[in-house]
Design a protein around this ligand. Structure first.
Ligand SMILES: Cc1cc2nc3c(=O)[nH]c(=O)nc-3n(C[C@H](O)[C@H](O)[C@H](O)COP(=O)(O)OP(=O)(O)OC[C@H]3O[C@@H](n4cnc5c(N)ncnc54)[C@H](O)[C@@H]3O)c2cc1C
Length: 353
């Protein structure tokens, strides 16, 4: 819906949240400036990975599930808007203790999310915890994250109401006035400012968050399993302790595994000097892939995200009359980005009315 007048929106941070918000604001008829301290998209951002899983079922949370169904729907539309295929609909399987499967399936039925039970033997090349079974969500899968970011940046660069400003570090955002101060002293203002600086946002907006670092292993499956992996789903709840996940290769990506067992709270979102190999070893030994020694390890990499100390998830907050902040980016922060974008468009529309 086009607003009564075009508002001016300033977005700090060009990760998935900043880029999708800019896109939705431009589609709604507003003028947008996107600032990033690096390139746009920025390979240093936490969004800039091969892939991110998307699923809709939040067991026991019908409202959360409904919201994620909306986000899922928007992702499908965005493939058309951006003219780029970036969603691999391979489904997502989550391993649950067998005595909890019935409750999860019933929760999905209540929310209208199609799921099916699955025996671990159906996915023989993945390590399920003892005594677990899988629940497969069909309307779920893998977003090719880098492809999303590049397509969104391309679309925004071609839009007359959007100014992309890479290599513009923001040093301060004043919540009361909405002034955005850039390194070098330039000051910007808008009808609405969104701070979407990911794990670095806490340097700009005063919000208690927990900063987490996670190591991921990127692997190439053995040739004899390449075909099997081509249609494999993303799977969570894996490994001997049920805390690991695997995102399958496909669309030019490698297989990626990680585990909450290698997720740690840290003080700073900078790990250039940290040796990832001890964490990578723990991951390889987590029991995610029964025959892990047959896989080729291509890379080990760490990535950061912040969580809300109360909920452990992502959070969007209004921190001043015209300033909003993605206060915590959370573990489902990529898949839920359309929800943030939608909420900001509503706020801008109110301002512009
Ligand atoms: C290991 C791991 C696995 C994950 N898996 C999933 C998953 O499967 N599904 C899912 O939905 N989510 C997942 N997430 C979470 C998801 O990746 C993040 O929540 C999401 O990418 C955050 O996007 P963002 O736009 O908020 O931040 P970012 O992508 O980090 O973007 C922030 C941008 O702000 C810029 N910036 C920072 N400071 C400044 C400044 N001062 N001035 C200007 N620019 C600045 C940065 O350069 C960066 O480009 C995962 C996260 C991790 C770490």
């Amino acid at each position: 819906m086009t607003a009564a007048r075009a508002a001016r929106v300033v977005v700090v941070g060009a990760g998935v949240v900043g880029l999708l918000t800019a896109l939705e604001c431009a589609l709604a008829g507003h003028r947008v400036t996107v600032l990033d301290r690096g390139a746009i998209p920025n390979p240093e951002s936490s969004s800039y990975d091969q892939h991110r899983a998307i699923r809709t079922l939040v067991p026991g949370d019908p409202d959360g599930t409904r919201r994620m169904v909306g986000a899922h729907h928007r992702w499908r539309e965005l493939e058309t808007v951006l003219g780029t295929a970036f969603y691999r609909r391979v489904g997502v399987v989550t391993a649950w203790p067998r005595d909890r499967v019935a409750a999860v399936v019933s929760s999905a039925a209540d929310a209208g999310v199609p799921v099916a039970e699955l025996d671990p033997d159906d996915l023989p090349h993945l390590g399920f915890p003892a005594g677990s079974a899988g629940v497969r969500e069909a309307q779920a899968g893998v977003l090719l994250a880098r492809r999303v970011l590049r397509a969104a940046a391309r679309w925004l660069a071609g839009h007359p109401a959007v100014a992309l400003r890479p290599y513009c570090a923001v040093t301060a955002v004043e919540p009361e006035s909405g002034r955005v101060v850039l390194a070098g002293g330039e000051v910007l203002g808008g009808d609405l400012v969104l701070v979407a600086a990911g794990p670095w946002g806490r340097g700009l907006v005063d919000h208690p968050v927990v900063l987490r670092r996670q190591t991921m292993l990127y692997l190439r499956p053995p040739e004899r399993l390449a075909r099997w992996w081509r249609t494999a789903p993303a799977v969570g709840g894996l490994g001997t302790d049920g805390r690991a996940w695997a995102v399958p290769p496909g669309g030019g990506t490698l297989l990626k595994i990680s585990s909450d067992a290698v997720c740690r709270e840290v003080a700073a979102a900078d790990c250039a000097d940290e040796d990832q190999s001890p964490w990578a070893r723990r991951l390889a030994e987590a029991g995610v892939l029964p025959d892990v020694e047959r896989y080729t390890v291509v890379a080990a990499r760490a990535c950061h995200y912040t969580t809300d100390p109360d909920t452990g998830g992502a959070r969007l907050a209004r921190v001043g009359p015209a300033v909003w902040s993605r206060a915590a980016c959370g573990g489902t922060g990529f898949a839920s980005a359309p929800l943030v974008a939608g909420r900001i468009v509503n706020a801008v529309t109110e301002v512009a009315a």
